[in-house]
Design a protein around this ligand. Structure first.
Ligand code: SF4
Length: 329
């Protein structure tokens, strides 16, 4: 399928979210359906966001919304006006201890993947700040640096996904996204401007070893991110098939659930060792997975679910950080 772009309407762009489970937010806004960054591991097409809209997307000309992920983008061009309507009529606001009432842009697409999404994102952030909401941006594109005048704000944090700094590997895994070296430069620019920053070391391929984690954390720490989220690649749903189709040999080593879980635990140990070695364990935030139930102590999984991050939001919830995080080891 060739690239298909268009627009669509949205009624309620501001949606409650369960991503407080990952310490990310209580609400999400997605500025588009689809994502041209085409990450082959992307789990979004396997989620209800796309699965429940299969018929609609087929009507729009998308032959296979899961396997064609990365080849379609429908911009929500009425989003800002609808967001204004929602916020102006909103009487209550959810603020969980881990979600902190934050609004994430985006959970199911990249907010800064091109000029059109960037324009909607900027206007959405302006609207959210007008209503005194906290905002978390998550992107793989440096386009956000054009909005530093807006994003350098105590109620905004900007994060980029940088699982590794290997541009060549990135071309095979995230073929439509700007390479990690460009993302690093964008974060350096944001730091210089005084922007609040975080990093998602996600998802890491099973080829990463202890030395890679150590070197990677060392580089990322120069950005002084408030938090560094981590999770490894998983090969569930259609993303396993898409990674195989992209010729990523390492996928074979995590296709079986047991192998995926073992790799998860091994890399978890490695990144914790590396963080301890560099004295940054308190900034490391593990995104655990319910599929680890038979492989990891349930108390450890519970520790990480719904855990507030180390970030410094001005919040009514006291953030209690254990000086010694429980260890996977
Ligand atoms: S940038 Fe995010 S939403 Fe877009 S394809 Fe990559 S992982 Fe999926």
């Amino acid at each position: 399928m060739s690239i298909l772009c268009g627009s669509e309407s949205i009624i309620n762009p501001l949606q409650k979210s369960s991503l407080n489970k990952k310490g990310l937010c209580d609400y999400v806004i997605n500025v588009a359906s689809g994502c041209l960054h085409s990450c082959v591991f992307c789990y979004v097409p396997s989620t209800p966001v796309i699965r429940t809209r299969t018929a609609h997307l087929k009507n729009q000309g998308v032959e296979d919304p899961q396997m064609d992920w990365g080849k379609y983008l429908f911009i929500r061009d009425n989003l800002v006006e609808q967001l204004e309507r929602q916020l102006s009529g909103k009487k209550t606001w959810s603020e969980t201890p881990a979600g902190r009432g934050v609004v994430l842009l985006c959970s199911g697409t990249d907010p800064y993947q091109n000029g059109q999404t960037a324009a909607i994102t900027r206007a959405a952030v302006e609207t959210l700040l007008k209503y005194n909401k906290r905002v978390r941006i998550l992107t793989r594109s440096p386009l956000w640096t054009k909005d530093l005048d807006l994003l350098v704000h105590p109620d905004v944090t900007v994060g980029m996904s940088i699982p590794y700094l290997d541009d060549e590997l990135s071309r095979r895994i995230e073929p439509g996204a700007p390479p990690p070296s460009v993302r690093l430069k964008a974060l350096q620019q944001g730091k210089k401007a005084g922007c609040r920053l975080y990093v998602a070391i996600a998802p890491t391929p099973p080829t990463m070893d202890y030395e890679s984690f150590l070197g990677h954390l060392e580089t990322l720490l120069t950005l002084e991110p408030e938090v560094m989220f981590w999770e490894p690649i998983n090969a569930r749903g259609s993303n396993g098939k898409r990674m195989m189709a992209a010729g990523l040999d390492f996928v074979q080593s995590i296709m079986k659930h047991q192998d995926w879980a073992k790799n998860f635990v091994n890399q978890w140990k490695m990144i914790e060792y590396a963080a301890d070695c560099l004295g940054c364990r308190s900034r490391l935030h593990i995104w655990t997975d319910s599929g680890l139930k038979n492989y990891v102590d349930s108390k450890l999984l519970e520790y990480w679910w719904y855990k507030p991050t180390f970030e410094h939001w001005v919040t009514s919830y006291p953030v209690t950080q254990s000086p010694n995080h429980p260890s996977i080891r």
